[in-house]
Design a binder for this molecule. Sequence first.
Ligand SMILES: [Zn+2]
Length: 110
Amino acid sequence: MARKQTEEPHYHGHVDAARLADSEAQRSNFQAALNGPDEVVEWLSSELRKAASNPDMSLVDEGQLWHQFATEREPITTGLQTGPTLMAVPIPEDRCPCERPELRTVRGRS
Ligand SMILES: [Zn+2]
């Protein structure tokens, strides 16, 4: 009964150099394990700014939308017209490959 259903959604972030139409979330382009909508939005924002070489890019509207999607555990895809494509994919906990140590990312702490 006490399933961990109330926990924050777990996402995997993928970056594919290809354009949206040609991109696919695969193990080879796995970049980050993300927990909760805030981390998902933060990761997408920073990767998109990096891809656009624009650290000041305003992503307020996008961020709100992404946050809503992540709250609903929907997959999120964004990116630049010419690539790269960023994908945030919700992962059911019992099928999470980041149990494998080589894929585990440590959450930042200061
Ligand atoms: Zn995972």
